[in-house]
Write a protein that binds this ligand. Sequence first.
Ligand code: DAH
Length: 344
Amino acid sequence: MKEELKQLEKEALDKITSADSLKEVNEVRVAYLGKKGPITEVLRGMGKLSAEERPVMGALANEVRESIASAISEKNEALEQAEIAKKLEEQAIDVTLPGSPVKLGARHPLTIVTEELEDLFISMGYTVEEGPEVETDYYNFEALNLPKEHPARDMQDSFYITADTLLRTQTSPIQVRTLEKHKGKGPVKIICPGKVYRRDNDDATHSHQFNQIEGLVVDKNISMSDLKGTLELFAKKMFGEDREIRLRPSFFPFTEPSVEVDVSCFKCGGKGCSVCKQTGWIEVLGAGMVHPNVLEMSGFDSNEYQGFAFGMGQERIAMLKYGIDDIRHFYTNDIRFLSQFKQA
Ligand code: DAH
């Protein structure tokens, strides 16, 4: 019986040594240490042994079991280590290899123009204000001196949501919202960029959604010459140092007097070309002195405070600056168009 056990131990240890996978080792374990294995089988014959021999054989059987079990766990450990080493070997990363290039997009031309305008006005001490795109009739029209039924409302065909709410047709309502926040106390010096909406049929120069930047300065002793100086600076920074501006009388309900502002043509310098339609001038924005009614309705004393305001469209500025001939290019997201605005 002793020889039998020794023989089994040797067999098992040989098999463990030659096993080269966890699966094989497990098979040895099941075969030799399992309840139906040969060691258990040998021990069944213990009944035939004498009382002295039995404990000796029992101890030997345990020794053999333990020797096999510890060989198994050592082998398992070794196989696991080898597995890890192999994985590390296979998955090694060469950190010195060059990475795959990341494709960079371009900033949208309207973003470029908006940020350029923001930078310019911030440098002159303006702060940036925003307002809701779903606006009340009061802020979009009434508080801007456009009472219900005022014929000038027709200038801005509107998307109404209810009788009293609409998609804002201009960024001018932010003027009113900001003035209200100041509770009758100047100075106020803001620009307000944002999306606006009008019920226009889309074509090369019209879009039902576009962008505006509104400017507003309210303080004591503000005059038309402040407006003119500000716009002159704007024209030179956006379109070139040699630019001049020209003010033409116009009408906006929220300004009095109101002007349309032209910039001397940056293409021909004023001689006349296709860009300026042979006039030498390009219409760029609307502006004026804030109407006393607007100041009063927003809580400012119009005897004490004056102000100027202006409003321009980023699409128009970008079309002029970059020679874009169709406003729809801004919204159709053609990569060939957009990638032209990549900046170094
Ligand atoms: N809100 C005007 C528009 O959408 C643009 C404008 C004109 C704004 C004159 C002003 C302004 O603040 O003074 O047509």
